[in-house]
Design a protein. Structure first.
Length: 145
């Protein structure tokens, strides 16, 4: 088997359910300025920070989503997002607050002054998909233990 090298970032593809296509389109375009790609009656693709995220119409997929406790907070098990530069994360957090985003977890700093110090925040899209945006004070510590 050929070994794949993780030495460079390769765009990933992620498919998620949605409740309403137009509401999903509006959220991702208005909130993040994302461009949509191909679409059909029951799905739509977005350029999600250089990655392909596809949403498929499946409203019943949102019943009974599991959570885990992390730092005393309730984190949705199924979530996605990107790791931004520290300043871009701060800018996004301010943008989301200005739009009165209903956060699951308000923007905060984890592991302050320790290995892996990171900024994180969680919120839902209109369908109920959980997004986490994070940043590391030192990007070389993304995988530090």
């Amino acid at each position: 088997m050929t070994k794949l090298s993780p030495s460079h970032l390769a765009p990933f593809h992620l498919a998620l359910p949605m409740k309403d296509k137009e509401e999903t389109r509006q959220f991702y375009q208005d909130m993040f300025g994302l461009k949509s790609g191909r679409e059909a009656e029951k799905w739509i693709d977005f350029n999600f920070f250089g990655h392909q995220v596809s949403f498929h119409l499946k409203p019943e997929a949102f019943e009974g989503q599991p959570t885990n406790a992390v730092d005393g907070k309730t984190v949705p098990v199924r979530h996605f997002g990107v790791i931004l530069d520290w300043d871009k994360w701060q800018t996004l957090a301010a943008h989301l607050k200005a739009k009165n985003t209903d956060f699951i977890i308000e923007p905060y700093i984890r592991f302050k002054d320790a290995t892996g110090e990171q900024a994180t925040m969680f919120f839902l899209d209109p369908s109920g998909n959980a997004l986490e945006f994070k940043s590391f004070k030192d990007m070389d510590q993304i995988f530090a233990t």
